[in-house]
Design a protein around this ligand. Structure first.
Ligand code: UFG
Length: 350
């Protein structure tokens, strides 16, 4: 299949590209390299063998005409849309950037997709969207573990910026279906994505880094003198926030599974998580165990926009498509992140 991967030079997108190439698909990565890494694409080229091809277009999804041209020229049938800004804290500080990049950027991409329908190859038929557990906001305790029918009431602009795209896609599928056009979409609501490619080729490199596991590993490596727990007074067993950590390769596998199984004319949503939560303190202890090093930890104020407990009920995708996370042990997930960060202490070169 011809697949466009937006944000394919980023952390999750690059792992999806690796999986698509392994499955023999032709992949066009579209990335503006604002936060993505050109080196990830270069490394992935070494994986593009056995008939599959990888090409790269340095473009911005907000340029509808540019994207439309790529969709037509490359006869794209499926879009996997990862390109986005993804920091909860930053979204609270700078909400309009999130609505511009995530919501308006996705609208531009969806418009390009719609225009591709008048092309000779029939245009885009499948749209797989990187959504987030942040669309659920702060679910009441009796709605956790979270199912897909839990009310989506985001408490930060990041979650809101993604929820609007879910809505756009659902409306677009309805309109396309009424018009007799074959088109389907899937919104994949990620919980906390972690870990790295088990072969060590690609990994997680954010600038700035704000995510718990890489920060704890950096502290264990001595790249930070200490780390801060953002809030130890939450209504949770040890007072720190609880999250569901899902391995990035399992996520890539879920994308491949959803793409292959997608029924046109439907818009679906699936939670992607392992189905259990770990507290911030439990994660820090696991990083100490895996790295064999002590981490200097201090308690700080809560971070704006953080809900206390988020973990998935992932049974819908298991029942419907047979997808389950293969990494269910936190230490194993962290071990893959540690392996990559140990070998690439400065991350990517570009
Ligand atoms: N945390 C700390 N100290 C740090 C960094 C993080 O205590 O130095 C805490 C956070 O406050 C939070 C938890 O660790 O309670 C996890 O934080 P992350 O920044 O790693 O992840 P988030 O839960 O904020 O967000 C992630 C993704 C979002 C996604 C969300 C869904 O980045 O895109 O998971 O669960 F929406």
């Amino acid at each position: 299949m011809n697949v466009m991967v937006t944000g394919g030079a980023g952390y999750i997108g690059s792992h999806a590209v690796q999986r698509l190439l392994a499955d023999g698909h032709d992949v066009v990565v579209v990335d503006n390299l604002f936060r993505g890494h050109a080196e990830a694409i270069e490394l992935l080229r070494t994986r593009a063998k056995g008939g599959s091809r990888l090409s790269f277009e340095k473009r911005d999804i907000s340029r509808t005409d540019d994207i439309e041209a790529v969709l037509r020229e490359r006869r794209i049938e499926t879009i996997m849309h990862f390109a986005a800004w993804t920091y909860v804290g930053e979204s609270v500080q700078n909400p309009m950037e999130y609505y511009a990049n995530n919501t308006a950027g996705s609208l531009s991409l969806i418009r390009a997709c719609e225009r591709s329908w008048s092309g000779g190859h029939g245009g885009v038929k499948r749209f797989v969207f990187s959504s987030t557990a942040a669309t659920y906001g702060e679910p009441p305790a009796d709605r956790v573990p979270i199912r897909e029918d839990c009310p989506q009431l985001p408490i930060n602009p990041y979650g809101a910026s993604k929820l609007m795209v879910e809505r756009m896609l659902a409306d677009m599928v309805s309109a396309a279906t009424r018009a007799g056009r074959e088109f389907g979409s899937a919104c994949l609501r990620y919980f906390n994505v972690a870990g790295s490619d088990r072969t060590g080729l690609i990994g997680e490199d954010h600038d700035p880094e704000t995510h718990l596991i890489p920060i704890a590993i950096q502290a264990a490596m001595g790249k930070r003198s200490e780390m801060t727990i953002f809030g130890a007074d939450y209504p949770t067993p040890d007072g720190t926030c609880v999250r569901d950590y899902v391995h990035v390769e399992d996520l890539a596998d879920a994308h491949a599974t959803v793409m292959e199984a997608m029924r046109l004319g439907r818009s679906v949503a699936y939670n992607l998580g392992i189905g259990r939560g770990y507290s911030v303190r439990e994660v820090i202890s696991a990083v100490e165990r895996v790295t064999g090093r002590q981490i200097a930890v201090k308690s700080g104020a809560r971070r704006a926009g953080d809900p206390p407990v988020l973990y998935a009920d992932p049974s819908k995708i298991a029942d419907e498509l047979g997808w389950r996370a293969s990494y269910i042990d936190l230490d194993q997930i962290i071990a893959t992140a540690w392996e990559w960060m140990r070998k690439h202490p400065e991350g990517y070169r570009s």
